[in-house]
Design a protein around this ligand. Structure first.
Ligand code: S3P
Length: 431
């Protein structure tokens, strides 16, 4: 495992690349492929650590998954009632999506299961799914009255519900929709702003009855799900590092092919364009229910902006790298309404303030975001810490591209969570 990476500023990023498959869509392809009848073929699956945790979880529940050539997966689904009791604790690793979505699904099974994760995941809040699921009749126990994993789940018969979530969270929404597949009567979820809708899209694609209803989403129980062919586009959250890297490094021109541009995920494009970034989307198309495009990006002079409201859930995983873009923009960028960043893989507000601050950026933590004053380049160098968070590691690598002194990023093995091959790809486009 590579634990440290040194980055020295250099020439522009050029060429044509692809980034690994979308993490959120990859998780859902395993889950729905397992619950469908017949074979699901997944092309472009992200074989990162998070998704492998989901894959292994379903294998331990009796699903056969063939890892065929060219990264293609074949999932031999056994229908809605085909899962079997796992003999051991399910380890979700670092993956909040695995743990929260599976809590919803397992709450409705006819068996007992236990979910755990690494030391970061065991610190993250789980009541946001445990509480509404309990309202449907679920029987779930966890540390701190159900707030923290390990979670023990005794599957049982659930009642449909109407739930108004106080956070815009796709993991909360998806946990309830998955439980709703088995419940008595429909389940409806409302959220303050629309979070990523991959679950809704893929559930419909597999044959479930999911529909928007006055600002929320409703699922009807016990659909017949049919195995499908799923094409996973490149992850816009992974592309984001290369978008910002190309924008802030002079003489860059990069074409990123085959990126998912679902409007509930494309906030990063709107934000970077608003900052004055030269980004062009070409060849728009739809693949298994998800919008996809190629993105051409050229170095640009960025300016500071204000970010908040509905844009926040549409770019929630990109704020560490948006902070990097802001560190090189003219003027001040303010990010608000992003309190959720405090409960991601790490506290991403604290981690970026510490990391970018130590490189010489003018960045300040706000209770629900960050305030960043841009400058021409960063004067600091030396060691910075990823805090064990993949997106912090990659964001600091982008910041290092415009630092006057070499930067060493410590604890970088975590990038395998979502972006195996990140360091090699960065090297490649830098010539
Ligand atoms: C995800 C939802 C988001 C996101 C995470 C993936 C998903 O989390 O941050 O990386 O696949 O549903 P929240 O639902 O907590 O916002």
């Amino acid at each position: 495992m590579i634990e440290r990476q040194e980055i020295v500023s250099g020439q522009g990023l050029r060429g044509e690349i692809r980034v690994p498959g979308d993490k959120s869509i990859s998780h859902r392809s395993i889950m729905l492929g397992s619950l469908a009848d017949g074979t699901t073929r997944v092309e472009g699956f992200l074989a990162g650590e998070d998704n492998m945790a989901t894959l292994q979880a379903f294998e331990t529940m009796g699903i056969k998954i063939c890892r065929c050539r060219d990264g293609i997966l074949e999932i031999h689904g056994k229908g809605l009632d085909g899962l079997t009791e796992p003999e051991d604790v399910i380890d979700c690793g670092n993956s909040g999506t695995t743990m929260r979505l599976m809590t919803g699904l397992l709450a409705a099974q006819r068996f007992f299961s236990v979910l755990t994760g690494d030391r970061y995941l065991r610190r993250r809040p789980m009541k946001r799914v445990v509480e509404p699921l309990s309202g449907m009749g679920a029987r779930i126990w966890g540390r701190e009255q159900g707030e923290k994993a390990p979670l023990a789940i005794q599957g049982t018969h659930l009642q449909g519900t109407t739930y108004r979530s106080s956070v815009a969270s796709a993991q909360v929404k998806s946990a309830l929709l998955l439980a709703g597949l088995y419940a008595e009567g429909p389940t409806t979820v409302y959220e303050p702003h629309l979070s990523r809708d991959h679950s809704e899209r893929m559930l419909s694609f597999f044959g479930a009855h999911v529909a928007p209803i006055d600002g929320g989403v409703r699922i009807e129980p016990r659909p017949h799900l049919e195995g499908r062919e799923v094409f996973v586009p490149g992850d816009i959250s992974s592309a984001a590092f290369f978008l910002v890297a190309a924008l802030v490094t002079p003489s860059s021109e990069l074409l990123i092919r085959n990126v998912g541009v679902n409007p509930t995920r494309s906030g990063i494009i709107d934000i970077l364009q608003k900052m004055g970034g030269d980004l062009e989307l070409t060849s728009p198309r739809t693949l298994s229910g998800e919008p996809v495009a190629d993105i051409l990006v050229r170095s640009s002079r960025l300016k500071g902006i204000e970010i908040g409201g509905e844009l926040v859930p549409r770019a929630i995983d990109e704020f560490p790298v948006i902070a990097v873009a802001a560190a090189f923009a003219e003027g001040v960028t303010t990010i608000r309404d992003a309190r959720e960043l405090r409960v991601k893989e790490t506290d991403r507000i604290a981690a970026m303030v510490k990391g970018l601050g130590s490189l010489g950026a003018c960045i300040e933590a706000l209770e629900d975001g960050m305030r960043i004053e841009g400058r021409e380049a960063l004067d600091g160098g030396g060691e910075v810490d990823s805090c064990g968070d993949h997106r912090i590691a990659m964001s600091l690598a982008v910041a290092a591209l415009r630092s006057r002194s070499p930067v060493t990023i410590c604890d970088t093995a975590c990038t395998a969570t979502s972006f195996p091959g990140f360091w090699q790809l960065l090297e490649q486009v830098r010539g």
